[in-house]
Ligand binder design. Sequence first.
Ligand SMILES: Cc1cc2nc3c(=O)[nH]c(=O)nc-3n(C[C@H](O)[C@H](O)[C@H](O)COP(=O)(O)OP(=O)(O)OC[C@H]3O[C@@H](n4cnc5c(N)ncnc54)[C@H](O)[C@@H]3O)c2cc1C
Length: 441
Amino acid sequence: MTRAQNTDVCVVGAGPAGLALSLMLLRSGVAVTLLEKSRSFARDFHGEILQPGGQRILDELGVLDAARSRGDRALRGFQVLERDRLLLDIDYTRLDAPYGRLLALPQRHLLETLLAACRTQPGFTYRDGHRLSTLTEEDGRRTGAVAKGPDGRPLTVRARVVVGADGRFSRTRALAGIDAGRTETFDQDLVWCSVPAPGRTTRHVRVHRAEGTAVLVHDTHPDRIRIGWTLPHRSWPAVAERGIGAVKDRLAAAVPEFADLVTEHLTGLSDLKLLDVFAARAPRWSRDGLVLLGDSAHTHGPLGAQGVNLALQDAAALHPVLVEALRAGDTSHARLARFQELRAPAADAVTRAQRLQAKAFFGTAGRAATLARAAAAHLVTRTPIGARITAKVAYGAAPVHVRTDLFTHPEPVPTGTGAADPARHASRAVHARKVHDDHRS
Ligand SMILES: Cc1cc2nc3c(=O)[nH]c(=O)nc-3n(C[C@H](O)[C@H](O)[C@H](O)COP(=O)(O)OP(=O)(O)OC[C@H]3O[C@@H](n4cnc5c(N)ncnc54)[C@H](O)[C@@H]3O)c2cc1C
């Protein structure tokens, strides 16, 4: 039997983008149904380095401290090393407080905190274990989504807008007939692992350059280091065929400081997770009644750790566009396209920067290239221009703030437990229903 419900906005995907947007909309009195195919947030090798721009958005939403209290690591910035030589030192402590740092925040901690905050808001329905299968349509405009639940039963969500926040392989995007715009910008794939490292620390995201490859290392919660090994595109099967012993030897040689941990703790190939690295940018991000957000609109490589940052900033940019569109009763493509105008330049700037970084990190070791790298490193490490470049990486080409002036509902309870005062919660529920009804009349 088909189940059905009505809402203002149906968000597909409870990643950083979908959850942050849901919370902003809920606090603005907009009812949200969030569909998520997974039943847990255990996603160990998703993005976890949070840039200052993303930290500030979470702070403006009142959830940064609650997310950090679940466990994180503060890092001083990025360093690039070749053997023992420090080539580049991007020092985030030069940025203004309180965000003069990178945070290694496990994505699970971020998502659980955002979900707990959403649950304190009236008008919220969370459907985990629900995988989007179809979009509903009337006269060429999207009117909702159909998802298959854990028991196989379909759920129809009728909404004024559907938001596709379902990641780089977005089903929403495919169902809306929008091309992913995938490009093979990078010649590398990335293999991740993490090992316990009590008492050992990098205090930075370090990139160790060696023979046309690069190995990323950074501290992660709890008392571990995370290692990302870049390999030429599609070369992993051949490497894996040589077995875990050969992989351990290569990693230990690239990061000798942690060779003992790699040797002791990597026991099989299943301890490693391969990420197919690519860039993509959908040619259009909206249709009548539908908009794409975060990785589903634009995907990036992991260099420079921008994915979560962009996802959170996207959410903050889409929030006023949607609130105003709903208030005006106009959720047409013409209106929603404003979001793409606002955010596509920032996404494109990240892709361009990542192309340059890929050349710098993985390029040849010739004399000219080495000199060019040294000049660029000097610029970023020592000069005032470098401080400005660092701020741009940290906050993005077009920094975004949360439009808290649109909030009609108070901050969520910061413990992340969802244990709101029942009386206050009930009065907010009445308010949300009213806004919801106003929208529908
Ligand atoms: C291995 C790896 C390492 C990375 N490292 C970093 C990093 O250090 N820093 C950084 O900033 N970025 C990093 N990124 C990128 C970052 O994780 C993403 O850019 C970010 O998570 C994008 O957020 P999102 O909400 O747009 O999409 P996602 O996080 O991908 O979330 C999409 C959500 O949609 C759900 N979903 C998918 N399909 C459906 C469906 N049909 N129905 C319902 N739900 C669905 C998914 O389960 C998921 O919860 C990394 C990415 C990977 C894969």
